[in-house]
Ligand binder design. Sequence first.
Ligand code: HEC
Ligand code: HEC
Ligand code: HEC
Ligand code: HEC
Ligand code: HEC
Length: 409
Amino acid sequence: MRSLGSLGLILVLVGGGALGSACAGAHEGVDGAGAAPWGRGAHEGHGALVEGERVTAGQRRSGAASSEVSGAVGTRMPTPARARGAVAVAVNQGCEGCHEGEARAWRASLHHRANTEPAYQRAFALEPLPFCRGCHAPEGVPTEEAPEAVGKLGVGCVTCHVTGDAPGMLARGARLAELPVLAAPWRGASAPPAAPHGVVRDARFGGAEACAGCHEFAFPTAPGRRLSELMQSTISEHRASASAGQSCAGCHMPEGPDGRRRHAFVGSRDEGFVRSAVQVSARRVSATGVEVTLSPANSGHAFPTGDLFRRLSVSAEALGPDEMVLGGAERFLARHFELRAGQSGRRLVSDDRVHGTPVVVALDVGDAGVGREIGWQVTYQRVAHPNGVEARAASVEGEVRVASGRLAP
Ligand code: HEC
Ligand code: HEC
Ligand code: HEC
Ligand code: HEC
Ligand code: HEC
């Protein structure tokens, strides 16, 4: 149990003006300065909470609705480059103290490790742009190395939930009760339990827009937002998918036994989850040929989605005595990019990932396949930044065997 008074910590705000310049072209609206982002109504009804009053998450109080407001048109969804520094870390500790379940799951998530994960650190070492920091250390100032605590926070509770703090608000010593905390529309039948802070309910936060600020963006040097210029395109892929009606949270934040949404945000590191994205079958179409069919299953977007160097390897091999590989073929399903001379960005040339319809991959293992067993497999791969190396030779940082099998002669 934590006393509200101890949250008087929420005091000094690092100026709101320090938003990353490199991101400017890539994220419209990153710099959402201007009007107070929460509606005027947000202030009304914030019951004056007595300092020191004790409330824990889950505990019901009367006057429930008093802290609730609906998101006004100006409510801003989460964005990169918030640059609130140490204040964000302090406020986040408050969230963690009251919401233990969410905190435990979040601490084990890649959101929390966004700036410290070795895979990111290796890529950042090759391309150390302020642009990268905007998303991977969103509470830091993009043009500077984040102080340790701010870098370690990664994408925090505050980054997603406290988007409505007007510049200077925290600096003026905003109290917990005044903090506008974003939430999805209430799902329960009875009135929501009261919170010791503002709760701004916005339908967009229950949908893909809660994620769009960071999960879809252009290369820093790209002139626009056409698909060919996007470094990640998960939101557009989702919109075009058969799961468009299902929110990102629906799959990535399933409800736990307590009816509350999980904050582990599993993805590429969860083998079962990765496998659930497609159904795979294979058949022999000739003495040396195999057809592997990948049909979208529990997939809310293209498979793979996310980072530009994710790919699927689809391969087949003619197997001799003692499993000796006598011939084979391999294809990569991915977004295929070309480097653009003199520019740091890439340009999409083709995309053969699994979208809404089955993908059939034909492979021929060569003459060695005649009269022999053919083994096949589909593997999801996290490829390291190729750093000029041809995709085939690039190093794979992690992989998941999605499906495999053997076909008799
Ligand atoms: C002093 C304890 C306390 C602190 C600090 C606190 N919360 Fe809460 N919060 C509650 C309580 C109690 C509720 C209402 C009951 C519930 O939903 O668990 C609540 C409700 C919420 C809700 C609404 C859930 C819903 O949909 O009904 C969200 C979202 C939330 N808090 C996030 C946060 C975030 C983010 C922070 C940090 C900025 C934070 N809280 C800080 C106690 C706290
Ligand atoms: C990457 C963004 C993100 C981060 C980080 C994040 N949340 Fe959430 N959280 C959400 C979204 C989105 C929802 C609403 C999902 C829905 O119901 O559609 C939510 C829901 C909640 C709820 C309501 C849960 C329920 O189902 O009743 C609470 C409470 C909450 N978050 C607290 C926290 C706390 C505390 C942290 C940090 C430990 C945190 N969140 C980190 C995005 C985030
Ligand atoms: C402030 C930016 C930001 C917001 C908002 C955000 N994310 Fe993320 N997310 C990231 C970053 C950065 C990573 C990569 C962390 C890493 O691996 O370095 C990430 C990673 C993830 C992963 C794990 C990817 C993997 O490889 O396993 C999932 C899943 C995810 N986010 C889902 C969501 C969903 C769903 C939402 C909306 C509810 C959301 N995120 C909102 C920045 C954000
Ligand atoms: C129908 C369920 C479903 C929905 C809806 C969904 N996803 Fe996923 N997502 C998955 C599965 C399964 C995977 C693992 C396979 C993969 O990597 O694509 C995944 C993987 C991811 C990854 C990690 C990709 C990687 O390989 O590193 C991210 C990031 C992500 N999703 C973000 C989102 C966002 C953002 C949304 C909403 C716009 C969303 N997802 C909607 C099922 C879903
Ligand atoms: C607009 C937000 C944004 C920007 C800018 C951004 N990233 Fe990311 N990055 C993400 C998200 C979201 C993910 C999660 C997708 C996934 O895991 O597939 C991610 C994932 C990654 C991963 C995979 C991490 C892992 O744990 O496997 C690497 C590596 C990475 N980014 C490097 C970079 C580098 C280097 C830059 C700058 C050149 C950069 N990113 C800029 C949002 C961003």
